[in-house]
Write a protein that binds this ligand. Structure first.
Ligand SMILES: *Cc1c(COP(=O)(O)O)cnc(C)c1O
Length: 400
């Protein structure tokens, strides 16, 4: 298709040819649950896989197909699959790759609901998970067991922004023939393409940067044709976490500006980091694009820029962190990320509150930690709002 073109061109054009749709510039919305057959025999042939054509929207839909082809091109994979949420994609891939009594090796910090899913898989099917920092080849190798059926990695890690060297992990996994799945939500394919680094499958919460406008909950998966086809015909078809055609249409629209949006998210974040680091109310800043970040060298190896997310610790307590959130004027208190609006949240009481305290602290998620998803507004305004709120945190402590 358009694979030879640049990323910035493919986000707009790949997966869609207007000639196939009466010249429509944008992908038409096929808001239909089912597709009619010309004859009984044609229906029989479609069900038997002997004739091309759509059957029913849980099994495929042209608007959804355009999105799946586009994300596959952007990630540099053979095939894509769209889901009704990021968690529908994560659960479809993890259930497809594992069976009872298997073992999963997972990065140390992961999305809260992925942690919940892994706990459920352990409780119901005795699928055990080891969480690892995955700092070295030896560390990864030492945790692989004969029954390890999947390595699951999130990088940058939410919300502590540590990175994992994807080329290193995939090199080790190849020796054992174990598939590596990467949650690429925080980077989007514009900043990081795990398949090009040897990983096998990429999942996204498309709710975040891919949609980019805070109006869709959706998930995406990319990998080679065989695995994607198997997941499409098993955990997607039979569990049924599919995307609606309208949400796929919104994602196709959001994707067109992915490259320009990511440039702004990243440049805004890069400008805010030094100011945050200088403020007396801030104890610690976690941003992979900061050259003093311990994993900066990994960022340079595998990411285009450091991303649009910054986590930082307030000098103080849980109450000081909550006080900061309450002093902000236009920065929105909300979970999620990757929207046009700058969003701030408090992981220990919000996104990561389901994780037992001891595990959470071990993951580096303290009560003083807040996570900022830098939006597309003028950097000066975002910093001004943060600055006045941080000043209030500082002066409230002097008063105490
Ligand atoms: C939001 C998120 C998910 C879950 O996606 P939903 O679309 O909310 O289901 C998974 N992984 C990461 C890193 C996320 O940020």
């Amino acid at each position: 298709m358009n694979e030879k073109k640049a990323f910035e061109t493919n986000v707009i054009h790949s997966g869609y040819n207007s000639k196939d749709f009466l010249g429509s510039l944008t992908t038409p919305l096929f808001q239909t649950s089912t597709f009619t057959f010309d004859s009984a025999e044609q229906g029989e042939q479609r069900f038997a896989g002997e004739a091309e054509g759509y059957i029913y929207s849980r099994l495929g839909n042209p608007t959804v197909k355009a999105l799946e082809d586009r994300i596959a091109t952007l990630e540099g994979g053979e095939a894509g699959l769209a889901f009704g949420s990021g968690m529908a994609a994560v659960s479809a891939v993890l259930i497809a790759l594992t069976k009872a009594n298997d073992h999963i090796l997972c990065s140390r910090g992961i999305y809260g609901c992925t942690f919940g899913l892994l706990s459920m898989l352990e409780e119901k099917y005795n699928i055990q998970t080891n969480f690892s920092e995955m700092k070295t080849e030896e560390q990864v190798r030492s945790l692989i067991r004969p029954e390890t059926s999947c390595i699951y990695v999130e990088t940058p890690i939410n919300p502590t922004m540590e990175l994992i060297d994807l080329a290193m992990v995939s090199r080790v996994a190849k020796d054992y023939g174990i598939p590596v799945v990467v949650d690429n939500t925080f980077s989007s394919p514009y900043l990081q393409r795990p398949l090009e680094l040897g990983c096998d499958l990429v999942v996204h919460s498309a709710t975040k940067y891919i949609g980019g406008h805070g109006d869709v909950v959706a998930g995406l998966l990319v990998g080679n044709q065989d695995v994607i086809q198997r997941i499409a015909m098993t955990t997607q078809k039979d569990i049924g976490g599919i995307i609606s055609p309208f949400d796929a249409w919104l994602l196709l629209r959001g994707l067109k500006t992915l490259a320009v949006r990511m440039d702004r998210h990243c440049s805004n974040a890069e400008k805010i980091v030094p100011y945050l680091k200088d403020h007396p109310a801030v104890a610690k800043v976690y941003y992979p694009g900061d050259h003093l970040h311990p994993d900066y060298y990994i960022m340079k190896k595998q990411m285009k820029y450091g991303g649009g997310l910054i986590s930082f610790e307030i000098n103080g307590t849980k109450q000081d962190a909550q006080y900061l959130l309450n002093q902000l004027t236009f920065i929105k208190k909300a979970v999620s990320l990757g929207d046009a609006e700058t969003l701030i949240q408090h992981p220990s009481t919000m996104t990561h509150s389901v994780i037992p305290e001891e595990t959470r602290l071990h993951m580096g998620i303290t009560d003083q930690l807040v996570r900022l998803s830098v939006g597309l507004e003028a950097f000066e305004d975002v910093w001004a709002d943060l600055h006045q709120a941080l000043n209030k945190v500082e002066s409230s402590k002097v008063e105490q």
